[in-house]
Design a protein around this ligand. Sequence first.
Ligand code: EPZ
Length: 420
Amino acid sequence: MDKLSIEGGVRLEGEVCISGAKNSVLPILAATLLTDDACIIKGVPELRDANTMIKILRSLGKNAEFEKGVVTVTAGKSNNFVADYKLVSTMRASFCVLGPLLGKLKKAKVSLPGGCVIGIRPVDLHLKGIRALGADINIESGYVTAKATRLKGAHIYLGGVYGSSVLATDNVMMAAILADGKTVIECAACEPEVVDLAEFLIKMGAKIKGHGTPVIEIEGVRHLHGASHTIIPDRIETATFMIASLITQGNITIKNACVGHLGAVIDKLEEAGASISITDNSLKVRFKKQLNAVNITTLPYPGFPTDAQAQIMALMSVTRGISVITEKIYPDRFMHVAELNRMGAHIQREGPHAIVDGVNGLSGAPVMASDLRASACLVLAGLAAKGKTSISRIYHLERGYENLEDKLQRLGARIWREKE
Ligand code: EPZ
């Protein structure tokens, strides 16, 4: 297995171009199950998770080819409605094939996704929504089996104890499109990736209104046709590079960014003292003076994204003052705290809060990645730390960041891959 090594202390400067959004690609690839026509998805980043979803589509009977950022999906010889454990267990997001399989075939058998280090990650809201549309649901030997003679539109409240659910909204929206009549999803997720999925579905002939707001209305149609679509830029990768500029006291211009998706992140980093200048699709993030500690609470969109929590914690760990970081989406999403403390950070966990007492500097150390965003946090900490940091289990990183070390090298970072 490989590890990433970083010799910290270099100010990052120059330009970086953001790749397509992982969390948009996955449900949009799943949505191609709703039609037998050809679909062309552009701007797809070369990511482990994208390749996993392509494997799942093939296991469900689709032809799927991925070349130079473009995925072409066409009908195969047969339709299989069983998404098996060995693939689904490697990527929780594959559970979002449930809705389209049920919508198109009126039956689906999908392995229950395991939990992961960031939380137990239940699927009760997905099942509540699918049941409301008239499906019979059975859970046996680790699989969800859903079937329906017909799906009927319904009014569904999809809010859970932690608020809205991104993939539950996606699953229910995709199942409702081919149902009879109107479906209203209340407390729908408003994330840009849900909007991107809805835009793709509308291109396929779906009738959807209100996407991007907490109330989505779907008018059932009989049939969906193929479509082509370009994936939105990845707002979490953008936030990661914004923080990379600040934590190395650098000056980075981020191209192909969707500034409108980053309100909470821009607001928080400006509050900390960052200099951020904006054009229509790029951000110039410069470290102009010592930053000050800020408090962060993660919330469903448009609140501060939980997927950028670990990254901003790395920045706060080297920012003078006390920063209280409250994780409202996944209260256990703090695996990165112990690793940061091994690099000299002073962070104390109190339930869903992490109290970060900023230090003057971190020291490089061998650390271990535990999940995708914790890996990004450790890369950021390594870029700022004095000395060498080696990050093991970087397959977590490859799930969600396209060519990260290459992009960082072009900005001046001393980062390279080594054999474990
Ligand atoms: C999506 O996961 C993202 N993944 C996650 O990004 C992201 O952290 C999350 O949304 C929140 O923004 C993809 O889009 C592929 P949720 P999802 O359902 O949809 C609880 C990354 O790093 N919940 O919005 O699975 C859940 O436990 C990944 O890119 C229920 O209680 O997340 C959590 O506390 C990590 N019951 C909250 O809702 C349910 O049925 C929000 O989760 C479903 C979720």
